[in-house]
Design a protein around this ligand. Structure first.
Ligand code: CNA
Length: 317
């Protein structure tokens, strides 16, 4: 746990918009395979990835996602210029954007965080087709695990069981007193946040914080599942993330060198830019459009539409 804490600590210092440059210690060396396929060999394509899934040649799919999969649901990401959360934080009256996730500032003034929490709180936004695509992967028994940096809870809302999720930067689904560490009931947290009240522990009156990972805090213990999942994965899908936040970002290099990796993102990011592998597939552009294309190649379009209709119906009952 100590080592873990140390790794997470140094990593979470990199959350800021200008930070996050790599310092990978546990990556699988890609250089070996990079030269192992001749330059004349056909490049991997989205169609190849679809084929691996469709034929069940890959059945242990690991997914890594970030804020970019939730922008189509209406939640701003951090770093997109103009629309990103960091450029919209002025309204919260904080000294600098990252302060909103800093413990020191939180103890000084918790209001801005709870104002943001109210905005991001699960229930205000609905999953989009990307979340439901992962749900379909799970329903078909192909999802080994979904690692998310998001705190919007939309993976849960889409119906993916918590056992299949690693919410690496925490969740609003639970909360803890910052003083006595007692857990605080979810429904009471929700009521306080919605009523613009700072939640306080009924026992020691300490401020209660949703279990969202702040700068300098260790990641949830479930994150350690990556030690089992990534060596076992036979396909890695990475969507909607700048791959700037460690230790999450380094997971993109933790699959075996022979494992195909698919990046769907607006920008070319992380090791796809600076240490590509021969089985990398890069689909730059809008996440929804690219997921729809993949789903079409898989022949799952109708099934996905049915799932979305069914699940969206439930949300409004
Ligand atoms: P980020 O650093 O803001 O990067 C997002 C990436 O997604 C960027 O590369 C964008 O270009 C890309 N992107 C945005 N919209 C789209 C789209 N429609 N199609 C394709 N690509 C798109 O966010 P990360 O998740 O990488 O950074 C990690 C932080 C952000 C985590 O700690 C999160 O907690 C935090 N965050 C979460 C949420 C949320 O829960 N929805 C919102 C904002 C920030």
């Amino acid at each position: 746990m100590a080592l873990w804490g140390q790794r997470a600590r140094s990593a979470l210092r990199l959350w800021g918009p200008g930070g996050g440059r790599r310092c990978i210690s546990n990556s699988v060396s890609a250089s070996g395979i990079f030269g192992s396929r001749g330059s004349s060999e056909k490049k991997f394509s989205l169609q190849d990835v679809a084929e691996l899934i469709r034929t069940r040649a890959c059945q242990r799919v690991v997914v890594m996602v970030g804020a970019g999969i939730s922008t189509p649901s209406g939640i701003p990401d951090f770093r997109s210029p103009g629309s990103g959360l960091y450029s919209n934080l002025l309204q919260y009256d904080i000294p600098y954007p990252e302060a909103i996730f800093e413990l020191e500032y939180f103890f000084h003034n918790p209001k801005p965080f709870f104002t943001l929490a109210k905005q991001l709180y699960p229930g205000n936004y609905q999953p989009n087709i990307t979340h439901y695509f992962f749900r379909l992967l799970h329903d078909k028994g192909l999802l080994l695990r979904l690692y998310t940096q998001n705190i919007d809870g939309l993976e849960r809302v889409s119906g993916i069981p918590v056992s299949k999720l690693v919410e690496a930067h925490g969740t609003f689904a639970s909360a803890t007193c910052t003083i006595c560490r007692r857990s605080f009931p979810e429904k009471d947290l929700w009521a306080d946040v919605m009523m613009d009240r700072v939640p306080c522990c009924p026992v020691c009156t300490g401020i209660v914080k949703p279990d969202i990972v702040f700068f300098g805090e260790p990641l949830p213990e479930r994150f350690l599942l990556h030690l089992l999942d990534f060596p076992m994965a036979d396909l890695l899908l990475i969507l909607g993330t700048s791959l700037e936040v460690e230790p999450f970002a380094s997971l993109s290099e933790a699959v075996r060198a022979s494992v195909p990796r698919l990046l769907i993102n607006r920008d070319l990011v992380g090791p796809f830019a600076w240490r590509p592998r021969s089985r990398d597939v890069i689909q730059l552009g809008d996440v929804v459009q690219n997921v729809e294309r993949l789903v079409e190649l898989l022949g799952w379009t109708e099934e996905l539409q049915d799932l979305v209709q069914r699940e969206t119906g439930k949300l409004y009952v």
